[in-house]
Ligand binder design. Structure first.
Ligand code: MG
Length: 199
């Protein structure tokens, strides 16, 4: 019997890489602002004293420093495993803006030089994440922003939600049964191995 192994897609920030820490550190060093563990994805409420430009530049500047952004434990190992069993190219789908394109390739090349990957920046071409996810035929997507998770689950995909302080509220929407929360990447491997045959 031929088995088509499920196609996965990956968000980048706070899923594969720990991006929040450098952002938090940048707000602290530039403006002495403490982010704590924000209960919402947007940090704007913590930065009311800043202009929109200062706020956005701080995030962009932190994410541009690809050399200070570390992978989340287990993420690279899982992606290497996934590639080794499927032979698939790795698909990243990120909300990073157009200024972030080059630093994103720097970051990914640093860790995935041996694995073919493609990265999509849907917002830079007037698309949404779900448009890319549907277009690529992705079956399972790993994400940390609840808003996108709900969007993706509603489109009949399985979502693996990386547990973060900002995605713990409002977790009572419909389609929630298609969203599986995880803390450690080894759980993603268990889920992948367990549910592969369902796709
Ligand atoms: Mg993210």
């Amino acid at each position: 019997m031929l088995i088509r192994l499920p196609i996965m897609g990956f968000d980048i920030d706070d899923v594969v890489f720990n991006s929040f820490d450098p952002i938090k550190a940048m707000f602290k060093s530039r403006y002495n602002l403490d982010m704590g563990d924000p209960p919402t994805f947007t940090l704007r409420d913590y930065c009311k004293s800043l202009t929109e430009e200062q706020y956005r530049n701080t995030i962009d500047d932190a994410l541009a420093k690809s050399d200070i952004i570390d992978p989340i434990a287990g993420a690279i190992d899982f992606i290497e495993y996934y590639h080794s069993v499927t032979g698939y190219n790795i698909i990243f789908v990120t909300s990073r803006n157009e200024k972030m394109v080059s630093p994103t390739y720097d970051l990914l090349d640093r860790y995935f030089s041996g694995i073919p990957y493609k990265v999509f920046f849907p917002h830079n071409e007037g698309k949404r994440k779900i448009d890319i996810i549907n277009g690529c035929g992705i079956d399972m997507f790993v994400e940390d922003r609840l808003k996108y998770c709900l969007d993706i689950a509603t489109n009949d995909k399985l979502v693996l939600l990386h547990d973060k302080p900002w995605n713990r509220r409002f977790f009572n929407e419909k389609n929630i049964y298609k969203i599986v929360r995880f803390n450690k990447w080894k759980t993603v491997r268990i889920i992948y191995e367990t549910f592969s045959h369902l796709f």
